[in-house]
Design a binder for this molecule. Structure first.
Ligand SMILES: Cc1ncc(COP(=O)(O)O)c(C=O)c1O
Length: 360
């Protein structure tokens, strides 16, 4: 990639090795269940997460939607974080297409939903006025509060609570392997108590397309029907699964590098007068920063773009690091922000004068 694109890890392109594997992939008709590369990917993912089976789906959104439709029927209710992707950024698909009520509880700065908040939102069983609670959804890492990882211990608490009451637990693990890297645990430990997990291959794991839904054999059997219902049955999709295998076998193991570049960027930006880096419970591959409200955010974005640095937002920005963002790119970005602030920000006072031009 020629650009320093920090809008999201979803912008990452496949590597040459992925492209080669895609070109050479052995394929079949996956709707008939006979694409060997998809079967290999699904078996690999299930094993990796300690579950019985897995299903290749087109996107994280589809994985979450298929999971919710499989766990819940019309008029049932799921409990989800108010800042969670499932609630905020998936067009309410579970409600729109599945007639599922979404009850939201606030996400804490550490990414957790308080057990007391979950308890408070539960419905009375056998009460004709209420929908029927069926599912609790967690997100790991939790994007809405900066991509923080949630621990195996916390997930176990929620899973045990859910199962004791007859509810299922789904984990939106779009960036589950970032959480595993940050917490230094095996991903399977983070999902031990989950009935279903969706993981994305096309974010930090940089495959071009695809996600996997993982769970029990019975769950995946039903999920497969729901995927078809949504038009998600794909044919010679081993072409994509071939890249996904590299994601799970190789890309998964290097995510700590992205966490280090995110920290490098956060540390560097924090030293530039006028820039606010928002505090975070535990960093993975994201950071939030702001430029002063008094500056023209569009001008800042354009100035960065002129140097091939692509940002989204303003005056508050989220920057996400990924495979194609190396320490030298962070350095370029820090230099660019430093220069911009020096020229434009009134706040850039004596503190800045002691910094040399090449401080970054
Ligand atoms: C936490 C989380 N879940 C689900 C998704 C949806 O993934 P997709 O864009 O593949 O539909 C995203 C996308 O960024 C995400 O951040």
């Amino acid at each position: 990639m020629n650009t320093i694109d920090l809008r999201s890890d979803t912008v990452s392109h496949p590597t040459p090795a992925m492209r080669k594997a895609m070109a050479e992939a052995v394929v079949g008709d996956d709707v008939f269940g006979d694409d060997p590369t998809v079967l290999e990917l699904q078996a690999y993912a299930a094993d990796l997460l300690g579950k019985e089976d897995a299903l290749f789906v087109s996107s994280g959104t589809q994985g979450n939607l298929v999971a919710c439709l499989t766990h819940c029927g019309r008029g049932d209710e799921l409990i989800v974080g108010k800042q969670a992707h499932i609630f905020q950024y998936e067009q309410g698909g579970s409600s729109v297409l599945g007639g599922i009520v979404m009850s939201q509880v606030p996400v804490q700065p550490n990414g957790e939903l308080k057990l007391d908040d979950i308890k408070a939102s539960l419905r009375t069983p056998n009460e004709d006025h209420h929908p029927i609670t069926k599912l609790i959804c967690l997100e790991n890492t939790q994007g809405g509060v900066g991509g923080v990882p949630i621990t195996a211990e916390y997930t176990a608490t929620i899973g045990e609570f859910a199962h004791a009451h007859g509810y299922k637990l789904h984990i939106d693990g779009a960036r589950l392997f970032n959480a595993a890297a940050a917490l230094n645990v095996e991903a399977r430990e983070l999902v031990k108590h989950a009935d279903s997990v969706s993981i994305c291959l096309s974010k930090g794991l940089i495959a071009p397309i695809g996600s996997l839904l993982v769970g029990s054999k019975d769950f995946i059997r039903q999920a497969r029907r729901n995927r078809k219902l949504l038009g998600g049955g794909m044919r010679q999709v081993g072409i994509l699964a071939a890249a996904g295998l590299i994601s799970l076998k190789e890309m998964r193991l290097r995510l700590a590098e992205d966490h280090a570049t995110a920290q490098q960027l956060a540390d560097g930006l924090a030293e530039i007068p006028g820039i606010t880096v928002h505090p975070i419970h535990q960093r993975t591959n994201m950071l939030y920063f702001s430029i002063p409200e008094t500056l023209d955010a569009a001008d800042f974005v354009a100035a960065m773009k002129a140097q091939n640095i692509i940002l989204r937002g303003g005056p508050h920005f989220r920057a996400v690091t990924h495979y194609w963002i190396k320490p030298e790119h962070i350095q370029i970005m820090l230099n660019a922000v430093y220069e911009y602030m020096k020229q434009h920000a009134g706040e850039f006072t004596s503190a800045a004068n002691v910094m040399t031009k090449n401080a970054y």
